[in-house]
Design a protein around this ligand. Structure first.
Ligand code: NAI
Length: 256
């Protein structure tokens, strides 16, 4: 059976991915702050190194899939570190273990919000792997009253990183497929308070229009992740796949 690492496996989309993979016979090694096989804080470089070490120990050095669902929303100073580096450092740290698999697949969870205005300095710092600069840009965004830019910046950087990395030496040429699944609004603990507040709900519905079936369940996103992480999905890489009820198509600049 295949061994798949799932971050954020204790809640929401990550928990739904775990259920789907285990039902089809895959072995899941979960990574989260609590309640998973590997306990680690993906907000810090030390925590990310500990997560990689824990996964390598639990897997014996061969990893067939990595799915990064751990993430934060809101105005937390840890947000860009968890959402971007918590995914990218884990995937980089597990590259050799992925390359040892016969059909390695990586799926990062992005967001429709990556299409919203970003903080260019923060995106650049994240892509450069410059933790100090990313921390400084995050502090500046919070101090300047731009907390709403943190989340789209982290997810836009993640999508850019995925496109570059997927076709960089050592990835596609090693048989590793790497894609992003970008949900619209998913009903999970992350959004529970937002959808219950009529004013927040109105803002969110304007920002993320979902004409096809409205808000999704974690399972709806998990099915796309399960498809991309499967051994039989051989030729998809470097893509951002929106599971967003038509939000991206609605918001997209018609000239592109
Ligand atoms: P959730 O809040 O239910 O689950 C997130 C998980 O990440 C939790 O188990 C949490 O403990 C873990 N986590 C947070 N910080 C961590 C840290 N420092 N170290 C280790 N684990 C940590 O949220 P949900 O909705 O399942 O979100 C999963 C992913 O989907 C996130 O990346 C989120 O940004 C993304 N997403 C969610 C959407 C939504 O509407 N819920 C929409 C678009 C993207």
């Amino acid at each position: 059976s295949r061994l798949v690492v799932v971050t954020g496996a204790a809640s929401g989309i990550g928990a739904a991915v775990r259920r789907l993979l285990e039902e089809r016979g895959d072995r899941v090694v979960g990574v989260d702050l609590a309640g998973t096989e590997v306990t680690a804080d993906l907000a810090t470089p030390e925590g990310r190194a500990a997560a990689v070490a824990g996964v390598l120990e639990a897997s014996g050095g061969v990893v067939d899939g990595v799915v990064t669902c751990a993430g934060l929303s809101g105005a937390s100073p840890a947000l860009p570190h968890v959402n971007f580096s918590g995914s990218t450092d884990l995937v980089l740290g597990l590259r050799d273990a992925l390359a040892a698999s016969e059909a390695p697949r990586v799926v990062l969870v992005g967001s429709i919000s990556a299409t919203r205005p970003v903080d260019a300095a923060l995106v650049e710092a994240l892509l450069a792997g410059d933790v100090a600069a990313a921390t400084a840009a995050t502090k500046a965004a919070l101090a300047d009253g731009r907390p709403q830019q943190l989340y789209p910046s982290s997810k836009a950087a993640l999508a850019q990183w995925a496109r570059r990395t997927a076709v960089a030496p050592g990835w596609a040429d090693a048989g590793i497929a790497l894609n992003v699944v970008a949900p619209g609004v998913v009903l999970s603990p992350m959004t529970a308070a937002l959808v219950e507040d009529p004013r927040m709900k109105q803002v969110m519905d304007a920002a993320v229009p979902m004409p096809l079936h409205g808000y999704s369940a974690p399972e709806d996103v998990a099915r796309m992740i399960g498809f991309l992480v499967a051994a039989g999905t051989t030729h998809v890489t470097g893509q951002v796949l929106y599971v967003d009820g038509g939000a991206e198509a609605t918001l997209r600049d018609p000239a592109h």
